[in-house]
Design a protein around this ligand. Structure first.
Ligand code: ADP
Length: 302
């Protein structure tokens, strides 16, 4: 097991930041660590990477106890810290070589060249980090986290402060790095975990409130995967609407206006149309509602 967290407690003075937190991350898994600001995400990641100690409990990375041998653990971990602190006066290539030498003098120029190419920094490699756009700085942060070719990547808000295009680029870099590595990614953005994570942990006020696959978390609160709002031109009985292929729950909004929910992967809108045609009813409007992970998050962390 790449990461095992057992009964971790952490206080800052009187402030309880982590309250008996336990979870594992499986080999090759991309875990989304989701929670509102102040939930304890950064604290947990700093403990896993051996930067700060827990007050009690245990963290094992590849079976090695972080508190007993943090150097050995750090050799196998790549860490993208919150706010991505970098030496802005250094040039991109110079900085990555510097980080490489901190790990191991044997990490070659070749490796640094590979990383520059992999993270799309070829055109920027001779610029000062301070002169880069935020999106490119984030790439430098990812490249430094990958220098030692780690088994486990810990990424603390890697898309923080980026514009939507940059977010898409960084996500796809993470997704491709995640193919070979175990990844833990913290965020307070639901769409982020939907886009790249296999599994989700939701943490609130230092306590894990959900730990499951996205599908199961959606099931937790009884909300279905997809829902559509439909307006017909005439009154239809509720029982009749349940004949719609895939419909599992129908909720009346107004006389001719319904919410139809389904757990199926097939787009329910096509079935609504088929139903309307078969019953000679006109569809006046049909709108897909956003997936409900966001409302689950709000429900669990309120
Ligand atoms: P997140 O990363 O989810 O935003 P943090 O781990 O940064 O949460 O913080 C968890 C809690 O611990 C918050 O209430 C925060 O104010 C508190 N905290 C974090 N770091 C410190 C610190 N160095 N000193 C005192 N309190 C802290």
């Amino acid at each position: 097991m790449p990461v095992e967290v057992k009964n971790v407690v952490k206080k800052y003075g009187n402030q309880l930041a982590l309250d008996n937190v336990s979870f594992n991350i499986d080999n090759g898994e991309v875990l989304g660590f989701l929670g509102p600001n102040g939930a304890g995400k950064t604290t947990m990641m700093r403990i896993i990477t051996g930067i700060i100690p827990a007050d009690s409990g245990k963290v094992l990375v590849n079976g090695v106890d972080v508190m007993e041998d943090s150097l050995r653990v750090r050799e196998r971990i790549g860490y993208f810290p919150e706010n991505n602190p970098l030496y802005t006066d250094m040039y991109v290539r110079e900085y990555l070589r510097f980080v490489a030498r901190l790990y191991d003098s044997k990490i070659t120029r070749n490796r640094v060249g590979q990383l520059i190419e992999m993270t799309g920094l070829t055109g920027e490699q001779h610029k000062k980090i301070g002169a880069l756009s935020k999106g490119y700085r984030q790439r430098v942060g990812l490249a430094q986290a990958l220098v030692n070719d780690p088994d486990v990547l810990i990424l603390d808000e890697p898309t923080g402060g980026l514009d939507p295009n940059q977010i898409v680029e960084i996500r796809s870099l993470i997704a491709s790095a995640g193919k070979e590595k175990t990844v833990m990614l913290s965020t307070h953005i639901m769409q982020e975990v939907e886009a790249i994570c296999d599994r989700i942990i939701i943490i609130n006020k230092g306590v894990i409130v959900a730990d499951d696959t996205r599908e199961n978390i959606t099931g937790l609160t009884g909300l279905k995967k997809q829902s559509v709002a439909v307006e017909f031109d005439s009154i239809v009985a509720q029982e009749k609407l349940l004949e719609i292929q895939g419909a599992e729950r129908v909720t009346k909004i107004a006389d001719k206006h319904w919410i139809i929910e389904s757990s199926s992967d097939d787009d329910i809108r096509a079935s609504v149309f088929d139903f309307a045609v078969a019953n000679k009813i006109a569809v006046l409007s049909l709108q897909k509602e956003e997936k409900k992970l966001e409302s689950i998050f709000q429900e669990l962390t309120r």
